[in-house]
Design a binder for this molecule. Structure first.
Ligand code: ZN
Ligand code: ZN
Length: 252
C-alpha cells in the first residue's frame, strides 16, 4: 500500500522545520506528500500570503493542501482555489455558548505532549451542547464551502469527556453520516491516534473514504503514520478506501 501523508505543516505556519526538511524526510520514508499549512492564522493571514505559500509549494513534488478552521469562512478566490489540491477542515476551538469560540491550543499542546499544563477554559457540563453545536457547524461548512477532508474530527475535550457514552457513539455516527452525504474523507491521524478503531470500523462499513495524515509540527513527528498503518491492518483497508487528490503529481 502506498502511504500518503496529506496532513503536514511547515514553518510557513506553526511547525518547527522548513519545507525542505519535510520533503526530504517524507521522501526517505517513501510517502507521497501533501503540505497542508494553516490558512488564515499562524503566519499565513492574507490572500497574498496564501499566494506566496502556493508559489513555494509549486517548487516541490508535493500536493498543495491547506488546513482551515471550520469556525471561519475560508473560501478563496477562484484563481487561488484552483491551485489548492485539497482542503482539510478541522475544529480548533469550542463554542463559548455566547456565540464566540474558545481556542483549544492548550488542549492540543497538552494532548500532543508539549505541555503538561491544561486548564479547562470552558465548562465540561456543556459537552453535549458543544458537540451538538459542532455537528451543526460541520453541516454548515460542508454544505457551503469546499472541503475534501475532515481533520482530526474527534480530537476534542468533549469527546474525551463523553467517551464510552451512547451520546458520543451517536455523535460519531452523525459525523460519519455527514462525511458520507457530502463526500468528505475522514482523516486517520498519526499524531492524535484518532479516531478510535470502533468509529473507523463503522465509517468503513458506511463506505467512507479515509485520509492519512501525520499532522507533524515537530521534526520527530514527520511522516509518523504508525497509527494509520495499524488501522489499515486491523480493518483490512485498501488503497481504494483512501482519498487521493486528483492532480497528477510532478514538478512544474
Ligand atoms: Zn488541526
Ligand atoms: Zn494540522
Amino acid at each position: 500500500m502506498q502511504l500518503y501523508d496529506l496532513h503536514t505543516h511547515t514553518n510557513m505556519s506553526d511547525a518547527r522545520f522548513p519545507i525542505e526538511d519535510l520533503v526530504e524526510v517524507e521522501r526517505e520514508q517513501g510517502h507521497v506528500l501533501g503540505v497542508s499549512d494553516h490558512l488564515f492564522c499562524c503566519g499565513i493571514y492574507t490572500l497574498n500570503d496564501v499566494k506566496n505559500y502556493i508559489e513555494v509549494l509549486r517548487q516541490y513534488p508535493v500536493y498543495r493542501g491547506a488546513e482551515v478552521n471550520m469556525e471561519h469562512r475560508f473560501n478563496l478566490p477562484d484563481a487561488l482555489d484552483d491551485d489548492i489540491d485539497y482542503f482539510i477542515a478541522s475544529v480548533h476551538s469550542m463554542p463559548d455558548g455566547r456565540g464566540g469560540f474558545v481556542p483549544l491550543n492548550q488542549y492540543f499542546s497538552n494532548r500532543s505532549g508539549y505541555s503538561g499544563e491544561y486548564q479547562k477554559n470552558y465548562s465540561p457540563d456543556m459537552s453535549r451542547y458543544y458537540l451538538a453545536y459542532i455537528i451543526q457547524m460541520m453541516e454548515k461548512t460542508f454544505s457551503t464551502q469546499r472541503v475534501e477532508i475532515l481533520g482530526h474530527a474527534t480530537v476534542l475535550p468533549a469527546c474525551d469527556e463523553l467517551y464510552g457514552t451512547k451520546f458520543l457513539t451517536q455523535w460519531e455516527d452523525a459525523v460519519i453520516d455527514l462525511c458520507k452525504r457530502y463526500g468528505i474523507a475522514l482523516e486517520i491521524s498519526g499524531l492524535w491516534r484518532a479516531p478510535h478503531v470502533d468509529m473507523l470500523r463503522r465509517a468503513h462499513e458506511a463506505g467512507l473514504k479515509f485520509s492519512m495524515g501525520s499532522d507533524c509540527h515537530d521534526r520527530l513527528q514527520i511522516g509518523n503514520l504508525l497509527y494509520v498503518e495499524q488501522m489499515i491492518e486491523t480493518l483490512g483497508l485498501e488503497q481504494e478506501d483512501f482519498f487521493v487528490p486528483r492532480r497528477q503529481l510532478s514538478f512544474e
